[in-house]
Design a protein around this ligand. Structure first.
Ligand SMILES: Cc1cc2nc3c(=O)[nH]c(=O)nc-3n(C[C@H](O)[C@H](O)[C@H](O)COP(=O)(O)OP(=O)(O)OC[C@H]3O[C@@H](n4cnc5c(N)ncnc54)[C@H](O)[C@@H]3O)c2cc1C
Length: 336
């Protein structure tokens, strides 16, 4: 089960090796891996498909990947269906499967790369929807091998954030997400709160209310028109979070040409706009660059290292700090 000297895959195409790695399909295998790490004095990290990480060349300890992909119906009534999904299931495959089953809600989250197990880690979100809306619980395996079912309220979900994202940095203890329980609608209930999506669907649709399948199709088209496909241009999606700011900062930014928008009692500033106005549109330094259609996405055009990437990101952070007195926070986790 445990392999030595394993190359780690990631969508940034960064070369990275871990001294030990393990693929986990059963709870028993997960417990064995935790025991092995404890006995050998190794740290244990869990990665998914590597689409939201910056991997340093040498990652310490034992790196695990959960491979269970089952989708099980736990309960169903007229309105809702609850499903338990293995952490190893590919997220977009799940979205497609739920739509084929006529279970609704995930359509705005179509085509987000990565695994189901990683979805609660940053409370994935897109086009006006966040995972939180559909998450019932997360089943985890703790450092002592015990299995715990955490209700959503215990996950401290926020904007691209959760307690899972901070757990390893804070404790260096293993916490393996093994499965995720979601509650989906059984009747279509489309969310068109994202203006660009609504405009696209209104322009296309002959009837007033688009179907969830049409929403998914539109989301896929929008994403493909803006975001680089990691198979062609290595990237991890948005590299920085949109800063959440208070009213006085929002007013100051407005005077500087940024248009902050209301967000959960505060305001959010578009990190892409801040980067653009700081002079980074279309900028490329060696192998690293800002994606022309979306400067929030940093691209490794070939041969860039984690060091190159982090130093490119730091230069952008410095420019934004100098121009706007705002700190841009990284969205991906740096794994060392
Ligand atoms: C082109 C592109 C577009 C993207 N668009 C979006 C978007 O619209 N919205 C969005 O929210 N994200 C987006 N992302 C980011 C990414 O898709 C998500 O964060 C995704 O959930 C990462 O999944 P992963 O399996 O690749 O996780 P990884 O990158 O492998 O891991 C991410 C984090 O989760 C932890 N983790 C992973 N699996 C487990 C597990 N089983 N147990 C415990 N911890 C675990 C890792 O330790 C790490 O800290 C995009 C990425 C790309 C490349």
């Amino acid at each position: 089960m445990i392999r030595a000297s394993a190359e780690l895959t990631n969508t940034f195409a960064l070369k990275s090796i871990a001294p030990y790695a393990a693929d986990l399909t059963t709870l028993d295998e997960a417990r064995q891996a935790i025991r092995y790490a404890r006995e050998q004095g190794l740290t244990l990290r869990t990665l998914g498909e590597g689409s939201n990480v910056v991997l340093l060349p040498q990652v310490k300890g034992l790196v695990c990947r959960v491979l269970n992909t089952g989708v099980t119906v736990i309960g169903m009534d007229e309105q809702y269906v609850s499903i338990e999904v293995g952490a190893g299931k590919n997220w977009h495959e799940l979205v497609s499967q739920t739509l084929a089953e006529r279970w609704y809600g995930l359509e705005n989250l179509a085509l987000i790369p990565g695994s189901v197990g990683a979805a609660p880690v940053q409370n994935i979100g897109a086009y006006g929807v966040e995972l939180e809306e559909f998450l019932e619980s997360v089943t985890v395996i703790r450092a002592d091998g015990s299995v715990q079912v955490l209700p959503t309220s215990a996950c401290a979900l926020g904007y691209r954030d959760s307690m899972f994202k901070r757990h390893f940095v804070a404790t260096a203890e293993p916490l393996i997400i093994f499965s995720v329980r979601l509650r989906l609608y059984r009747q279509p209930r489309v969310n068109l709160s994202y203006t660009e999506l609504e405009k696209m669907l209104v322009a296309q649709s002959r009837h007033s209310q688009p179907t969830p399948q049409e929403v998914a199709k539109a989301v896929i088209a929008l994403r493909q028109s803006k975001l680089p496909d990691p198979a062609q241009f290595a990237n991890a999606g948005s590299f920085f979070k949109n800063p959440v700011i208070d009213g006085s900062v929002a007013q100051r930014l407005q005077r500087l040409g940024v248009e902050p928008y209301p967000f959960q009692g505060h305001f959010k500033a578009s990190a892409a706009r801040l980067i653009d106005l700081s002079g980074w549109k279309d900028v490329r330094h060696g192998a690293l660059g800002c994606w022309p259609q979306q400067p929030l996405v940093l691209v490794n055009y070939g041969g860039g290292t984690a060091q190159d990437l982090l130093s490119f990101a730091q230069q952008i952070q410095r420019s934004v700090q100098e121009k706007f007195q705002l700190e841009l926070e990284l969205e991906p986790s740096v794994v060392s």
